[in-house]
Each structure stands twice: as C-alpha cells, then as structure tokens.
Design a protein around this ligand. Structure first.
Ligand SMILES: *Cc1c(COP(=O)(O)O)cnc(C)c1O
Length: 211
C-alpha cells in the first residue's frame, strides 16, 4: 500500500519516542496535506511564507492542532506575517533577523521558539551562520529570543554524519536540547547522531509540484 498515510506510518514506526517528525509540505497541494492530517500528522514544515499563507489558514481551520514550522529563509519584511502563521522557526541566521523578531514580539507578537541554522558545510548558496560564528550568534540570540536548538542542512554530496555531530557539539556547549537535522535521504543517520526533529518531505508525499 503506497499512500501518504502508509508512508507516514512506516516512518513513524522507526522513530525513537522522543523524536519529532516534521512533514515537509512545500510544493504539495492541500489534498495531499489533508491526507497527512487525517492520518494524524500534526507537525508540518514549509519553506516559504507566501506559499504557506496561501495553503495553511484553511487547513488550520479544519485541523486546529496542526503546527507549522518555518524551515526556509525568512526576510525581515516578512517577520510579522511569519510570527502570525508559524509555531516554530528553524532558520534564524543573522543579527538583523533576531532584532526584527524581538521587535515584533516586544510589540505583542507571539514569542515562538526558534532554532538557529548553522551552515556546517560553509556552502555559499546556503543560509546559516558558520560554525566559527555560531557561538557568538547563539549567545546574542539567546538574550533576545526563545532559542530551543540548532538546525543544519549538510552538503548534498558529503557524508552527513560529521555535519550532524558538529551541530550536536555546538548545541551541547550552549545547553540547547533540540537538533533539527535529517531529511528524506539521511534521517536515519541524523537520528543516530541525536536528531530531535527530522524534516521529511518526498519520503512522505512523493515528488513536489510547483506551478
Ligand atoms: C525541502 C526541505 C526538506 C525536505 O526534503 P526532502 O528531501 O523532500 O525530505 C527538509 N528541510 C529543508 C530545510 C527543506 O527545505
């Protein structure tokens, strides 16, 4: 049986009890997402504020326990919308963004938990602070926002394990308990390295569809 529900159950069956599965629904239509919601999935990830704004208000109306995680880059001009729609942000990566979020929260926006994204592979096309910048940035962000952990996306062509353990080591020295790491292709490795949140898209939903 190759359905969204069957794939979800198969992935969940292999997870340690404390690990959270985020179903990455970017590029998926409302029908596919509803199938996952009906199958009991509550955590979802989207990487674009605008795309999520188009799909999620209606879905959340029918499934009020659904939680939306922002897993893509956030521009400072979208901070207000992001805080209104998302429950967790995984992609804090610069001082200007920390300041913009703290400012909105001081004006009454929800103080949502955040992960800091670390660019463990020093890839120029990827967001995230470098491992060298991470300590100072984490300390800065912890003073202003509710920081719960670190997130990374290892380089596609490398063994992800050293990246996951690097992320775990940085988190440990700041007392950060959560690690958002692992996608469809490498989540088993991520779990073995201590992931608390895995972000899985295609292994649940199949190929993405963009207009
Ligand atoms: C798209 C995406 C995922 C999911 O990727 P799959 O390979 O489809 O599982 C996970 N994390 C981030 C940050 C993404 O952008």
């Amino acid at each position: 049986m190759d359905t969204i529900a069957a794939r979800l159950h198969a992935i969940r069956a292999g997870l340690p009890p404390e690990a959270q599965l985020i179903a990455v629904s970017k590029g998926q239509g409302a029908e596919a997402i509803r199938e996952a919601l009906v199958a009991g999935q509550q955590l979802f990830g989207e990487n674009r504020v605008q795309e999520a704004q188009g799909k999620w208000p209606a879905l959340k109306a029918g499934f009020p326990d659904a939680q939306l995680h922002l897993i893509g880059p956030l521009q400072t001009n979208k901070v207000k919308e992001a805080l209104a729609l998302f429950d967790v942000i995984h992609t804090l990566d610069r001082v200007k963004l920390v300041d913009a979020l703290a400012h909105e929260i001081s004006k009454g926006a929800k103080n949502i938990p955040c992960f800091i994204q670390v660019n463990t592979g020093h890839e120029p096309q990827k967001a995230g602070v470098t491992p060298e910048e991470a300590d100072a940035f984490i300390t800065y962000a912890q003073a202003k926002l509710s920081i719960i952990g670190l997130m990374c996306i290892p380089p596609a062509e490398e063994d992800p394990a050293p990246h996951f353990t690097l992320l775990r080591d940085i988190a440990a020295r700041h007392g950060l308990p959560q690690l958002s790491m692992g996608m469809s292709g490498d989540y088993a490795t991520a779990l073995a390295c201590g992931a608390t949140h895995i972000r899985v898209g295609t292994a649940i939903f199949g190929e993405r569809h963009y207009a």
